[in-house]
Design a protein around this ligand. Structure first.
Ligand code: COI
Length: 378
């Protein structure tokens, strides 16, 4: 990495064409040109965060992280509020989840305070890169990688965490077009006791073959079933899943429980909380693919949707399962899906009060880099 000290990093100037990029950023097509870096060495511990220009990583080909997969990451967002201010969403929760992912892979666990400071300083430096559009954000991708060069199988004695930043639309598009998903039949993503809950690179690698095959067959995503019975719905490769069941007293929301095989989605958790706020009954319940199939056929399953940081909340309109394609409801986004997404985005863009303390303010509405430390966040 470059040794450029923070003071020499281009900071305040706005690159030509930034307005055009922010109007149509796509998903992480344009880096802000800056990263935050935090390192850990056995013996000396964690470094302070430093901001550097975006650059290639220099690595020994024998680096442990490349061979044995000690690599975990987060996906998180900073939003521009209605008054122009910028806040990170549930930054400490992302820091805690990175710590749990790292612990599972015998990697160094970064203190949450250090994690949020690295994020806050980067977002403050990149303040001009935070788009203002509803649903748009500055997407942060903290990547923690083992950096020691060693061929024997053992945990690395050094790590680097690089925080990348990109202006972003939701990853499946800002129009929230309903997704088509197909249940995986030949492969599994995770089993209990494995690394399924960890946001480790290997879990995403394990999903790629089936996801690519699903996409070649005309679907957007693969829907993973449990690894033992191949019966219980788990999640998509990039998002958790929710079901909206028709009930006598109104709609009822369920999502598969976090039993070690699915990612503990922070969006998922936020939606369960918001559902409660909205008076929508919601619970974590094991749900079989047969129940989903029957529910679609009988009409008892009114809506299905996916949730995640990158994709936000997006309806599932078509489900491939048992050799058939089933249309969920009328195949369009349903009212509960829309209502929950709006409730979430309204909090993220500070259009409604942040009653759960999820926003960590980074800059005031003047765009000044007034960094506030760990605030009211959960
Ligand atoms: C996110 O939603 O931020 C993720 O990390 C999923 C990623 C594969 C796009």
């Amino acid at each position: 990495m470059s040794e450029t000290p923070p003071s020499a990093v281009p900071g305040a100037q706005v690159p030509p064409g930034l307005d055009r990029i922010l109007r149509d950023p796509g998903f992480c097509r344009h880096s802000t040109g800056r990263v935050s870096v935090v390192e850990w060495e056995s013996g000396s511990g964690w470094s302070e965060p430093r901001i550097e220009p975006y650059d290639k990583l220099q690595m020994d080909p024998a680096t442990l992280g490349l061979h044995y997969g000690q690599a975990v990451f987060e996906g998180m967002k900073a939003f521009r509020g209605a008054d122009g201010s910028v806040s990170l969403f549930r930054a400490a929760d992302h820091g805690r989840r990175l710590g749990r992912s790292a612990a599972r892979l015998a990697m160094a666990e970064m203190p949450v305070e250090l994690f949020t400071r690295a994020c806050t300083e980067l977002v403050a430096a990149d303040e001009r890169w935070v788009p203002a559009g509803y649903g748009q954000s500055l997407y942060l991708r903290p990547l923690l990688l083992a950096t020691e060069a060693e061929m024997g199988l053992r945990p690395s004695r050094s790590y680097r965490c690089v925080f990348l930043a990109y202006p972003a639309d939701p990853c499946f598009g800002s129009d929230f077009r309903p997704l088509a998903v197909t249940a995986a039949t030949e492969t599994v993503r995770a089993v209990r006791g494995g690394t399924g809950e960890s946001k480790c690179a290997g879990n995403y690698a394990a999903s790629l073959l089936t996801r690519t095959e699903a996409q070649a067959a005309g679907y957007d995503e693969a829907l993973w079933l449990d690894g033992l019975e191949r019966r219980w719905v788990e999640e998509l490769s990039t998002m958790n899943v929710f079901f909206v069941w028709r009930g006598e007293d109104g709609p009822r929301l369920t999502t598969p429980p976090c039993d070690g095989t699915i990612v503990r989605g922070i969006t998922r958790d936020s939606l369960l909380t918001l559902a409660d706020d909205l008076g929508l009954p919601a619970s974590e319940e094991p749900t079989s693919i047969d129940a989903v199939r029957d529910g679609i056929r009988s009409g008892g399953l009114a809506e299905m949707f996916a949730s995640g940081t990158a994709g936000v909340v997006v309806a599932v309109g078509r489900l491939g399962t048992g050799g058939q394609d089933l249309i969920v409801g009328d195949g369009k986004e349903g009212p509960v899906t829309e209502r929950l997404r709006t409730a979430l985005l309204d909090v993220q863009h500070a259009r409604t009060p942040d009653t759960h303390g999820w926003l960590l303010p980074v800059t005031g509405n003047a765009g000044a880099a007034t960094i506030e430390g760990e605030g009211r966040h959960a």
